[in-house]
Write a protein of this length. Structure first.
Length: 451
């Protein structure tokens, strides 16, 4: 059977896609001016805006969002009476971490072993290219059958909520019948997957104080309360013996009834060291998609090198709590703060501060858009049936859009399958996935319009 014309067109566009992704990856668009100049993000935003203009988008604008970053918006009108589809991606990226640990420079797209390596190649600059490929394929095969809005966020990785607040202040801007969030990924390379749930997240900073100042551990140690030791006790209270998250009042026994994650495959994907056990109980899918998960992101304490024999007067930590669907993130935050305060020993002074929050998300998988996507993915991935998976991460914008547009159908697809190693060193994208998902998105827009 001959390839679908859409598939043939996308295949012919892949060299251009690689060249464009090379240009886009070269921008060091980390939305943190303490790490990279703001001009890098601004240049990336302008690249996206120019790409939309070149495709005939109208009303292309750089939106100055309340967190000091820019999101890129454009509108492509479709046939009269056609539905409107919003396509989302983000052009900001995680910092490269240890650049010396990268096999090739993080901001130079490099082909190696059949994959394209570079920061943001999958998360989510590749998503920008995916949307462009799908639209170009449609234009070459009879035209785009729907009205399209594109929004490319500039600070998704920082979690500072700029686009969410902008959307709330301009509720008419992103109205759509269906929203495709291009910031998720297939469960495995070659296995078409939509993400139907997202965990929310809250970030809490906890500070513990016990003394007016540090003391000599020989002269005072043994009776003087050590703030760092108190903090360690507090952090340890957040886990049961098996490693399960334990926050007073927060349930952690939900089960995942969709696609399952085989334990051996998870160990390989997570690169767990031989002999080290996984934490928690239940299936892997239960633990990472349906239940809360606490992580200590950082601790302020003296480094080992240069440490002095002192009893510490103060210590603090930053804690992340992933919040499963069905749990209100604001209520989970209150429970976490109450737990930290209740489990602080020795009457130490404790202060907690919430510094970020995003609600969990659950999609309606019975909607017409999901039926159209299932059909499209089945054609883009011959012989494969579309799967439904959860994602442990958070995309706060999803809940903002769901609240603003309760009738809109929201689908999550993307290029961040496990081999992509997003947020880590040596992030990469599979060009085959980019090609097939671009075909799937184009076919979806055709089928959705026909429905």
């Amino acid at each position: 059977m001959s390839p679908h014309p859409i598939a043939e067109t996308v295949a012919s566009l892949m060299p251009r896609a690689k060249a464009e992704l090379t240009e886009l990856v070269a921008f060091k668009s980390v939305a943190d001016v303490a790490q990279f100049p703001k001009s890098e993000s601004e240049a990336a935003a302008n690249w996206v805006a120019n790409a939309l203009r070149a495709e005939g988008f109208q009303d292309v604008a750089l939106l100055d969002t309340p967190d000091g970053t820019q999101s890129v918006y454009g509108f492509l009108p479709g046939p009269e009476g056609a539905p409107t589809v919003l396509l989302y991606a983000h052009y900001d990226v995680q910092p490269p971490l240890d650049e010396a640990a990268w096999a090739t420079p993080p901001f130079e797209l490099t082909e190696r072993d059949g994959r394209w390596y570079g920061r943001g190649s999958a998360d989510c600059k590749g998503g920008v290219i995916m949307h462009l490929l799908a639209l170009r394929a449609l234009k070459a095969n009879g035209g785009v059958p729907v009205s399209v809005k594109v929004i490319a966020e500039g600070s998704e990785e920082q979690g500072t909520g700029g686009l969410e607040r902008y959307a709330e202040d301009h509720p008419d801007l992103l109205t759509a019948d269906t929203i495709v969030i291009g910031d998720a990924g297939n469960f495995r390379v070659g296995l078409p997957t939509v993400t139907s749930t997202l965990r929310g997240m809250t970030l809490v900073r906890v500070s513990v104080d016990t003394l007016e100042g540090n003391l000599h551990s020989g002269q005072f140690g043994g009776a003087a309360p050590d703030a760092l030791a108190a903090l360690v006790r507090v952090l340890d209270s957040l886990r049961a013996e098996d490693g399960s998250t334990k926050v007073d009042g927060l349930t952690g026994d939900a089960v995942w009834d969709g696609l399952q994650y085989e334990e051996g495959a998870f160990r390989k994907d997570a690169k767990v060291l031989d002999g080290v056990q996984l934490i928690g109980k239940g299936t892997v899918a239960d633990r990472i998609w349906a239940r809360p998960a606490v992580t200590v992101l950082g601790i302020d304490c003296p480094p080992v090198v240069g440490a002095t024999p002192s009893v510490q007067a103060s210590a603090r930590a930053l804690i992340s709590l992933r919040v499963p669907p069905g749990v209100d993130a604001a209520e989970a935050t209150k429970l976490l703060q109450a737990h930290l305060e209740a489990h602080t020993p020795w009457g130490a002074r404790v202060h907690t501060e919430q510094i970020g929050q995003g609600q969990p998300f659950r999609a309606d998988t019975t909607s017409p858009a999901y039926a159209a996507m299932a059909e499209a993915m089945g054609e883009a991935y011959p012989g494969q049936e579309m799967q439904y998976a959860g994602q442990g991460g958070s995309i706060p914008l999803c809940n903002t859009l769901a609240a603003l547009y309760p009738r809109a159908e929201i689908l999550l697809i993307g290029l961040s399958e496990p081999e992509a190693q997003i947020h880590a060193v040596n992030e990469s994208v599979s060009p085959e996935e980019l090609e097939r998902l671009s075909v799937a998105e184009a076919l979806f827009l055709q089928k959705y319009a026909a429905r």
